[in-house]
Design a protein around this ligand. Sequence first.
Ligand SMILES: [Fe+2]
Length: 340
Amino acid sequence: MTGVVPTDPGRLGQVAGPVTGPVTGPVTGPVTGQVAGNDHTTIVVYGLGPDMTDHLDWVTAHRDGLRAGLAEHGAVLIRDLPADLDLFDRIVRVVGGEPLRYTERSTPRTSVTESIYTSTEYPADQPLPMHNENSYSDTWPGHLFFFCDTAAATGGATPIANSRAVFRAIPEGVRERFAAGVVYARAFREGLGLSWQESFQTDDPAEVEDYCARHGIAYEWTEEGLRTRHHRPAHQTEPLTGEQVWFNQANLFHVTSLDEEVREALLMLYGEADLPRNAYLADGSSIAPADLAAVKAAYDETSYAFPWREGDLMIINNMLCAHGREPYTGARRILVAMTA
Ligand SMILES: [Fe+2]
């Protein structure tokens, strides 16, 4: 089923009733938002159609409505945009404000412009686990913008999951074990994963030390590079809704997120202390694999994915909505920008 949402921004927040359904094709006639999704995760979809000429005017006129959709549903999809970096950049600024730089990196990306990046460069045949951007950090973007420049031949969706629904879907016992937060451990060494220089975007160890001191990160220089360790909450109160959202990357950092062969090889070569990434409970003890499985099951139960179409722009509220990436074949190019 698909609900029709009025474009009147004042009424956008008052959509009621069933809102589940697939993402549909372009909307003809006046552009209205349609709510697609499942029982847990919803996205407001605007099909601009092939005849629109001034996309920026449309976005500017609908800014408040788009922001209302992001505040309520956590995700908005604008279809049928031309592939135009300058337009993308302007839309980002209209909807989200000044774009942010990607700091304290955990995944490799390529900069396309000063504030537009490629999405995470990660092996195409493996899924990228669901996560909220930079939720392992003490600062994170408020909004993420994903533009589909080239759609994959098969797969390659960017699934989304309502972080409130994820929180509710995780069994209480598991949430209790995570209640004191997550410890993120990283080890940087030449030729394995991100270097500390790339992660911290500097070649100067003193700048890294300064960054760590300011952000509550314990660090230790080693012969091979650097180890860091820091503690963050497992969930947060989302300020717009006041609701609890599951907001951590324990599932992505934990060694079990690696392919079994890779995991075994890394453990044999470097040992647990020098894994590129790992996660622990707040007291430093191991996270039970069954608890991580429960977190994954919650993401699986609540997430919603639609096939990318070239010209799609998905905007998400990073606290209300987690995202991931499905495996794919063929070329795929999704551009990303972030704002407060
Ligand atoms: Fe991400």
